[in-house]
Ligand binder design. Structure first.
Ligand code: C2E
Ligand code: CA
Ligand code: CA
Length: 398
């Protein structure tokens, strides 16, 4: 395999020599160095680079300005940033880059260690192997096909377990949509939710998910397990004043318990009138459903919203959880949110837990439940039954 071409942007002469040495020792790289951002852009115009590693604090064009220029290129290289500046400065610059659509392979505190360079190589290996964008899945455009798939069983609810950090058992699940597409294979929501929205079919998806959830709960209950399930509810659907009533009627008609269904309010949309948001949230709770703030910590979820909406649960967004074991600022933020939730009597679920170190940290700060690939991805209903059985005999039904 040919080596990765790396361009290093660094204004300090000693650092040039040092970095070339570290990359050569790691192996698998061919390295060029330049002194400033302007020269870096000229080099990128003259040839292909797989990775651009840039300092942040530089005279003339600084690292953030260089990021802004990189984002205007047709095919920008993968980016890594290094700095003596604070970790938060590195994180902030990384977010500037990601939000401009750049791929960020690493945020490295100086001095750059051999292990950080090896991680960059691993990351480039992964990027090379996996196609980019929405998990490499096709973005579908056929509205008739999605409408049909919502009716013919191709779109289904799968279930991702939530585990208790108190006793290690599966204590719930989140229903997540999956499209078993005859041509394209298993499609994740990123590939088709936009189409569902444009086709005005979000409510159809909500009813489908509720139906599949109630059927799954009944199936597990026959095996002795009582599993609360969370369902994603696009907030703008609360525009309809009778939504809580209709959801409640459906659950009761199926002989199910509203307390076993939690609606996760998503922030991708909101109601036309703010009053409909509060009214809908209150009425869902009054009907006995659980109510979760989804993706807390990302986007626009605010403390005001948290204190003024009758939530029963808070989902900590993956962006706060990912890397929390190595980032004391994230860990401190998580700890304070968990304490706040305890005071408000809210259950806290951490999403996107991928490593044991993250799990240990979450347990230490008193987070109650976790969801993430470390435990299991979302699986079909039968596979979930197997996970329950592997988890141990069912506790006495409540
Ligand atoms: P979400 O509600 O935040 O759901 C969690 C997402 O994180 C899921 O992605 C899940 O597969 C993924 N995930 C879980 N554990 C991990 C982990 O450890 N690492 C990483 N990197 N990811 C993890 P998914 O299934 O692709 O769904 C994406 C989003 O699509 C959901 O985000 C939700 O906003 C939306 N969505 C999914 N199903 C439905 C649905 O039935 N209705 C509606 N309206 N939206 C849905
Ligand atoms: Ca969710
Ligand atoms: Ca979420």
């Amino acid at each position: 395999m040919s080596p990765y071409r790396v361009l290093i942007v660094e204004d300090h002469p000693f650092q040039h020599e040092y970095l070339v040495h570290v990359f050569n020792e790691a192996g698998g790289f061919s390295v060029d160095t330049v002194w400033d951002g302007q020269t870096a852009l000229q080099s990128l115009a003259g040839g292909h680079y797989d990775l651009l590693l840039s300092d942040l604090l530089m005279p003339g064009m600084d690292g953030v300005q260089l990021i802004q220029q990189l984002a205007t290129l047709d095919k920008p290289p993968v980016l890594a940033l290094m700095s003596v500046a604070s970790r938060r400065m590195l994180e902030g610059a990384g977010l500037a880059a990601r939000n401009l659509g750049l791929t960020v392979a690493g945020l490295i505190s100086k001095p750059v260690q051999a292990t950080a360079v090896q991680r960059l190589r691993d990351c480039l290996d992964q990027i090379g192997g996996a196609p980019r964008g929405a998990g490499g899945q096709p973005i579908l455009e056929d509205m008739d096909a999605v409408a049909a798939a919502l009716h013919n069983g191709q779109i289904q609810a799968w279930f991702q377990p939530k585990k208790s950090l108190c006793d290690g058992r599966i204590v719930g699940a989140e229903a997540l949509a999956r499209w078993l597409h005859p041509g394209a294979g298993l499609l994740m929501p990123g590939a088709f939710l936009g189409l569902v929205q444009r086709a005005g079919l979000e409510e159809t998806l909500l009813w489908l998910t509720l139906r599949h959830t109630l059927a799954a709960q009944q199936h597990w209950r026959r095996k002795g397990y009582s599993i609360p399930v969370s369902i994603n509810l696009p907030t703008h659907l609360l525009d309809q004043h009778d939504l809580a009533d209709r959801l409640h009627a459906q659950v009761v008609e199926q002989g199910a318990d509203p307390q076993q269904v939690i609606f996760e309010l998503m922030e991708t949309s909101t109601t036309h009138q703010l009053s409909d948001y509060y009214a809908g949230a209150c009425r869902l709770r009054m009907k006995g459903f659980g109510l979760a703030q989804d993706d807390f910590g990302q986007g626009f979820s605010s403390y005001f919203n948290l204190v003024s909406t009758p939530f029963s649960e808070l989902k900590l967004d993956r962006s706060l959880v990912h890397g929390c074991a190595d980032n004391e600022h994230l860990a401190t933020a998580l700890q304070s949110i968990v304490e706040l939730c305890r005071k408000f009597g809210l259950a806290v679920v951490a999403e996107g837990v991928e490593t044991h170190a993250e799990l240990m940290l979450l347990r230490r700060i008193g987070c109650e439940q976790v969801q993430g690939f470390l435990i299991s991805p979302a699986v079909a209903v039968d596979r979930f039954s197997t996970l329950l059985i592997e988890d141990g005999p069912a506790p006495a039904l409540s």
